[in-house]
Design a protein around this ligand. Structure first.
Ligand SMILES: [Zn+2]
Length: 424
């Protein structure tokens, strides 16, 4: 079959490593069958006859990856942000999630959630749902239909939570297996296990999920040492275990597909060793950290210890699905951490935060999040990030977008090289 070759001109910027942004201003990116084949200052001779789509001085950047987001909490974004985690869960989040028993309610929320992710340029997402299987299936199929890359998990929780969400352990395992067994065919959206966090799961449930992880090689997504309350309660609920991460390791949940841990605010040495050993992702959600968690991930320390770091919004504990805003907030929080705990050099650059939100987080989904040869052209075109009388470099315009831009500055969106229709 004939290769489909597309050429786009603009100011191309991406982060091949955490060290720096690569800027290719006034350049051409060539995309063959949806995959980047090269970036050139001039169009190669053998392609000169092909049409070029010209985006002028607008930025062409990789799309974002959100490695920790709760689809069912989209409807409560920016609400009850003056609570801390325990009250926020009990008073707002759990009653809200209970409504996803109603398929019609679930559809309305998940349609809006997926549309808003696309609007903000997030094409790859690792999503918590609720304990309800039917609405979780709906989200899975909606993300598939839109061409997104993703992981979707039906939540498990069988203790220390309100009766209206508490699952019977055997039924929870049975429904989870049905969810996994229904999605064994390879695809861009895949199922994953999501025990909510250790304090609301029994040992029997986690061991049962461990057996499913081994059988389906599907991986796990959960919260880890996210607050002092959660970290202490996890160990009270699991006597004999030495750390939060060891609870998942000893119940057989690690080493069978990807492992993604949200927050990782207070990791012990053992937590860090386990994350490193299983090549897990630690997901930094800076705004949620400000709002309901009250702690800051030791991002620089995890980087130094070779733990993979990604970025998440953790909506509803954040006000928006904009991953680019989390990039700015990650830089801001690193300065606060340095201020209050001086001495180790904790500040990070915009390039570092952008790398975690694109290429490193994108690793979970395949070759997405960069424009090196062989990566899928999952991309955004961003406009209007400089004043006409004061030109800025591509890197500076990207930085301004993270701090001051919004979805109205995203003029085009591409998934697998295909331009998405304009959003309403
Ligand atoms: Zn969360």
């Amino acid at each position: 079959m004939k290769t489909d070759i597309r050429i786009y001109h603009g100011d191309i910027v991406f982060a091949p490593s955490a060290k720096k942004l690569e800027e290719n201003e006034d350049s051409y990116i060539v995309v063959e069958d949806g995959t980047v084949s090269g970036i050139y200052e001039h169009i190669p001779d053998d392609m000169k006859a092909l049409p070029v789509t010209d985006f002028g001085r607008n930025l062409i950047t990789p799309a974002f990856s959100d490695l920790h987001v709760h689809g069912a909490q989209f409807v409560q974004r920016g609400i009850a942000m003056d609570c801390l985690l325990k009250d926020w869960l009990n008073d707002y989040t759990f009653p809200q999630e209970a409504k996803f028993k109603d398929p019609e309610y679930g559809k309305l929320c998940y349609d809006a959630f997926v549309e808003d992710m696309l609007r903000h340029g997030t094409f790859h997402a690792n999503v918590f749902t609720t304990v309800h299987r039917e609405t979780s299936e709906y989200l899975f199929h909606t993300m598939e239909k839109k061409g997104m890359y993703g992981f979707v998990g039906k939540v498990n929780m069988d203790c220390h939570c309100p009766d209206y969400l508490k699952e019977d352990t055997d039924r929870s395992l049975r429904e989870t297996e049905e969810f996994l067994a229904g999605h064994t065919r390879p695809g861009k959206v895949r199922p994953i296990l999501v025990p909510r966090f250790a304090p609301v799961c029994s040992e029997k449930l986690l061991k049962g999920l461990g057996a499913l992880a081994r059988k389906y090689q599907c991986g796990i997504h959960t919260h880890l040492v996210e607050s002092r309350w959660e970290a202490a309660t996890a160990l009270e609920c699991f006597p004999g275990y030495e750390s939060d991460a060891q609870i998942y390791e000893k119940t057989g949940l690690l080493g069978h597909g990807p492992s993604i841990f949200a927050h990782v605010i207070f990791p012990t040495g053992q937590d860090t060793e386990i994350l490193k050993h299983y090549e897990s992702f630690a997901v930094h959600c800076p705004e949620a950290t400000n709002n309901v968690i009250a702690g800051i991930m030791p991002l620089k320390r995890l980087e130094i210890e070779d733990v993979k770091v990604a970025i998440g919004t953790d909506v509803g504990a954040a006000g928006s699905l904009a991953v680019y805003r989390q990039i700015a907030k990650a830089v801001q929080l690193s300065k606060l951490k340095e201020f209050y705990e001086p001495g180790e050099g904790k500040t990070i650059t915009l390039a570092q935060a952008f790398y975690h939100a694109t290429k490193q987080g994108g690793e979970l989904f395949g070759k997405v999040g960069s424009f090196e040869k062989g990566y899928r052209f999952n991309a955004l075109v961003i406009e209007n990030m400089e004043d006409p009388w004061s030109p800025l470099s591509a890197a500076k315009r990207l930085e301004r977008f993270c701090y001051a831009g919004d979805d109205r500055n995203i003029m085009e969106r591409f998934i697998d090289g295909v331009m998405l229709p304009k959003l309403a």
